[in-house]
Design a binder for this molecule. Structure first.
Ligand SMILES: [Fe+2]
Length: 393
C-alpha cells in the first residue's frame, strides 16, 4: 500500500556517519517484525530517547459485557457526542483481541503529542478535516479520508473544530495493509487493484520543532506521560515504506457486475483476522433479472460491522448516518421484509457510503454499545411493525 518515499535529507548509505549541519545526527529504525519487515529510517537532530520524567495516566479500557443472548445489533451511533480530544475521548463500542472499534466526536484540540504503542490506528473522518502533524511530516486530512497511522508514530492531530469532526476510530493489533491479492510479487499494487499508489497521500513537508515536549504514550490501554528533553519533530530526513498516510474513500474505484458481487469486491485493507471494506456510490447489477440488494447470508467465520456514512442504505430499515450494525457470526442476515421488492422499481444505482469491518473472531460489545442499541433491531426481519422482544431470564 505504502510506496517507498523519502523526505528531507538522508545519507547515501544506511548506517553511516551523517553530519548535514556539522553535528552527527541520530539514525533510528522504525521497523515492523523486528528487523525483518517493512521499515523506515529516520534521522533525528537530537537523541530520541532522552526523557526526564515519566508519570502514569488514565486508562482507556473497553471492558466487554457478557451478554446472555446472541443477537444482531443496530447501534445508534449518532447518540454519541462525547466531546473532549480525539486521543483521550474515544468511545469504544466493539472489541476483540484484534481490533477496537469506536467513535470520537472531539470538541477540543489535542495539546500533548501522542503515540500508540500497541496498535495501528485507522481513523476514518466521517465529518471534518484537519492536519496530521507527525515525525514523518504533515499530512492534510479531508472529509471521508482514512488516516492510517502505524503504531509508534508520534503525532498531533490539528482538527478543524468548526467542521464538527466525527471520527470512526479503529485500533488494530496487527499490521494494516492493502489486500495481498492486489499486490504484485514486488509489492506494487497491480492493475486489478481498486486503487493505486497515486491515491496514497503521504507526508508532504517535514515538521521542525525545538525544545522540550510532552508525549502521551498509550500501551495496553493505559496512558503514561513522558516529558521529552527534545521535541521529536526534529527529523532532518527519512526514507522507507512505514509512515502515516491518508486515503480518501472516494478514491476507491467500485466494481459492479451483471449480477450482485459480494463484499470482498469492496475490500480496501487487510490486517490479521480482519478486513476493512468501502461501500461507495456506484452502479448496481445491470441484468434485467438481477436482484440489486445483497442476498441473505450467514457469516460463518466472522462478525460483520457496518458503519453508515452517507446516502440511502436500501437494504436496512431504520439505519441512519452514524449508525452501526453488528451482524454476529452464526446467524443469517439480509434485506428486511419488503426491501428487495421495493428496490426493483428503482434505477440500478446506489449512493450509499459505508465502512465495513469483518472480524474473523467474535466481537464483544461494551456497555457504551448496549446503551445505544436499538432493542427492535433483532426483530426487524420478523415483519413490518409486528415488533418483538428479547427475553432475558
Ligand atoms: Fe452482511
Amino acid at each position: 500500500m505504502r510506496p517507498y518515499r523519502t523526505l528531507g535529507v538522508i545519507p547515501p548509505k544506511r548506517h553511516m556517519q551523517f553530519r548535514p549541519q556539522g553535528n552527527l545526527v541520530y539514525e533510528k529504525l522504525f521497523g515492523r517484525i523486528g528487523f525483518s519487515g517493512p521499515s523506515s529510517l529516520l534521522y533525528h537532530a537530537h537523541l530520541p530517547e532522552s526523557t526526564n520524567r515519566i508519570t502514569p495516566g488514565n486508562e482507556d479500557l473497553s471492558p466487554p459485557v457478557w451478554e446472555q443472548v446472541h443477537q444482531q445489533a443496530h447501534l445508534k451511533g449518532m447518540e454519541l457526542s462525547m466531546g473532549g480530544t480525539v486521543i483521550e475521548h474515544r468511545t469504544w463500542l466493539l472489541a476483540n483481541d484484534d481490533v477496537r472499534i469506536g467513535i470520537a466526536v472531539p470538541d477540543a484540540q489535542q495539546t500533548a503529542l501522542y503515540v500508540n504503542g500497541s496498535a495501528d490506528e485507522v481513523l476514518f473522518f466521517h465529518k471534518g478535516s484537519g492536519i496530521l502533524h507527525s515525525q514523518f511530516g504533515r499530512v492534510p486530512i479531508r472529509e471521508h479520508d482514512y488516516c492510517v497511522i502505524p503504531r509508534g508514530t508520534i503525532y498531533r492531530l490539528e482538527l478543524d473544530l468548526a467542521s464538527h469532526p466525527r471520527i470512526l476510530c479503529l485500533e488494530v493489533t496487527g499490521l494494516v495493509e492493502s489486500p495481498s491479492r492486489y499486490r504484485a510479487y514486488n509489492g506494487q499494487l497491480t492493475e486489478i487493484a481498486p486503487y493505486s499508489e497515486r491515491d496514497v497521500r503521504g507526508p508532504e513537508e517535514l515538521e521542525q520543532e525545538e525544545g522540550a515536549a510532552e508525549l502521551l504514550v498509550k500501551r495496553s490501554q493505559r496512558f503514561s506521560t513522558y516529558e521529552l528533553d527534545n521535541h521529536p519533530f526534529d527529523i532532518i530526513g527519512w526514507d522507507g515504506t512505514v509512515y502515516p498516510y491518508c486515503f480518501n474513500i472516494h478514491d476507491f474505484e467500485p466494481r459492479a457486475g451483471r449480477f450482485h458481487v459480494p463484499p470482498p469486491i469492496h475490500q480496501t485493507f487487510e490486517a490479521p483476522n480482519l478486513v476493512i471494506c468501502s461501500f461507495v456510490p456506484r452502479k448496481l447489477d445491470w441484468d434485467p433479472e438481477a436482484l440489486f440488494l445483497p442476498y441473505h447470508h450467514s457469516n460463518l467465520d466472522s462478525d460483520e460491522v457496518l458503519y453508515y456514512v452517507d446516502g440511502n442504505y436500501q437494504a436496512r430499515r431504520g439505519i441512519h448516518q452514524g449508525s452501526f450494525t453488528h451482524h454476529v457470526g452464526g446467524l443469517p442476515h439480509g434485506p428486511q421484509p419488503g426491501a428487495v421488492e421495493a428496490s426493483l422499481s428503482r434505477e440500478p444505482v446506489t449512493d450509499e457510503l459505508a465502512v465495513m469491518i469483518d472480524t474473523f473472531r467474535p466481537l464483544w460489545r461494551t456497555q457504551a454499545a448496549l446503551d445505544i442499541a436499538d432493542p427492535t433491531y433483532p426483530f426487524s426481519w420478523h415483519s413490518a411493525d409486528q415488533g418483538g422482544s428479547t427475553s432475558i431470564p
